[in-house]
Design a protein around this ligand. Sequence first.
Ligand SMILES: [Zn+2]
Length: 311
Amino acid sequence: MDVNDQCPRCAATRRSWVRDGFYSRLDDAKRIQRWLCKQCGKKFSSATFKPTYRQKKRRINSTVRFGFGSNLCQRDIAELVGVNVKTIAARLIWQAKLSRAKNQRYIQAFIAKHGDIKTVQFDDLVTFEHTNCKPLTVPIAVVDGYRVPLGFGIASIPAFGRLAAIARKRYGKRADHSRATRDALVQQLTQILPENVAFKTDGHTHYPIVIDKHFPKAKHTVHKSERGSVVGQGELKKTRFDPLFSVNHSFATMRAKINRLNRRTWCTTKLPERLADHIDIFIDVFSDRLRLLDVTVWRYRNTQHNAAIVR
Ligand SMILES: [Zn+2]
């Protein structure tokens, strides 16, 4: 029995509780132990401490999680598991919270297994909320060679290129939060990376500034970004050797596995927070896939792997 060890009202420990019968849970007909706290008289059950507390459709959780990490849209998932799409929308937020905590544990486990992280690749993925006129940038850091995601941020940026004028006319001036978000992300990375870590990035002008600020001892190499694209796959390069393969391939994976990031899709992000939730669930599912493959075996020689993928 996995019961938490504190009374939800007075925080009394297990010793102060007595068994108080069972009830049959309506959702899955499971027999659930009830408890009574002798200190304060509060009644609760084994289910009280579970993350699924008060859920009515527990059975859908694993499928929902897998669906969000496997390019299904919310309506597809709803149809697949037989619930209303609003239930799925709520479960996205719920699952993301669990996934976020799990992703942190995964990074810790990775460091425990492989030692301090030596090299990190860093780049921005661009998507949008509601319309192409409202772009979002998603700075992400991944472990060089392993593609383990270490963290990401989401920031609004003004539309650029030929959409810039149209966007300003339709929606007014759009705030640029990319620098503040990138700054927060790199600061957060100081918690998990050694100070002499190496960064590999493309030529973005803000990267050296933000890396110098939080990692003054880090080695930072800039590689030419060759984002010449295969149709519909901006991140999947056709160059023979890509020094930023890890991060670019992560972006390509996200484009393929997170439905709202697909290059051509009816599904778009309406709220940046939900995009963050979705990415967190994707990282959770993706980390499990890395673990199944066992990253030690799977770690590729960059050149060979790249050549194999691109032909
Ligand atoms: Zn109590």
